[in-house]
Design a protein around this ligand. Sequence first.
Ligand SMILES: NC(=O)c1ccc[n+]([C@@H]2O[C@H](COP(=O)([O-])OP(=O)(O)OC[C@H]3O[C@@H](n4cnc5c(N)ncnc54)[C@H](OP(=O)(O)O)[C@@H]3O)[C@@H](O)[C@H]2O)c1
Length: 246
Amino acid sequence: MKRLENKIALVTGGSRGMGAAIVQQLAAEGATVAFTYNKGAEKAASVAAELTGKGQRSLAIAADSADPSAVVAAVDKTVAEFGRIDILVNNAGIAVMKPFEDYTLEEYNQTMDINARAVFVGSQAAAKHMGKGARIITIGSCMADRVSGPYGTLYAMSKSALTAFNKGLSRDLGPRGITVNLVQPGPIDTDMNPADGAHADAQRKNISLGEYGKVEDIASLVTFLASPESGYITGTAITIDGGTNS
Ligand SMILES: NC(=O)c1ccc[n+]([C@@H]2O[C@H](COP(=O)([O-])OP(=O)(O)OC[C@H]3O[C@@H](n4cnc5c(N)ncnc54)[C@H](OP(=O)(O)O)[C@@H]3O)[C@@H](O)[C@H]2O)c1
């Protein structure tokens, strides 16, 4: 029996990057997975097609995390299709990196709406459909704890909101047997932060292990946190950054 057999998962931002790897690993462990995307309809379709090819059911949902009603609708569509939600992974996020003086109010709102508000709204909507043993797992960032260079002020601010949210929600949902945890990655090779990007070498200097992480590293940790083995872990932030923050 696979670790997540008969579980229903919803992953936000599952069309590429870490989210796509999380979708694939949860499904490989037996979960039926719904996932959202915003602009990447084609990539979302290919993630879904890969699952179909393996005989697994899935559901790709167009839902802009900046729009709270779309976030709630994604939860509702998942429940309408699969009956409930056992695992919510709040993964969708954006990073606008620039000198502090240059941020616009629009960038501030967009970042906070997607990185923080959508996590609040999506978790609230999903929790209504969760029972004992369910999981809420959010992808934050190691930058919530330590910002090692310039241009990350807004992003770090948006991710730091998740650390307190995670603690509070674990208290609210603990009595229902639902665990709530935060995964804080360091530099992971994705479109958001390519290992061959202009700012990669500066980040690499801070990584104890000397290399960027892979999306599978994050997906493995998320899968563990989603599994029955992690049932006594809640309210915790797990940093997975190759030693970036050490
Ligand atoms: N890569 C890193 O070094 C790193 C480090 C720490 C934390 N993180 C966090 O890890 C998470 C995943 O990052 P990633 O590196 O995999 O990023 P990515 O490669 O840029 O992928 C982002 C994913 O989120 C989706 N997304 C973006 N905006 C969205 C919106 N408004 N509504 C719905 N979905 C949206 C994208 O979907 P579409 O393409 O369909 O728009 C895509 O599937 C984010 O929360 C990020 O902040 C990343």
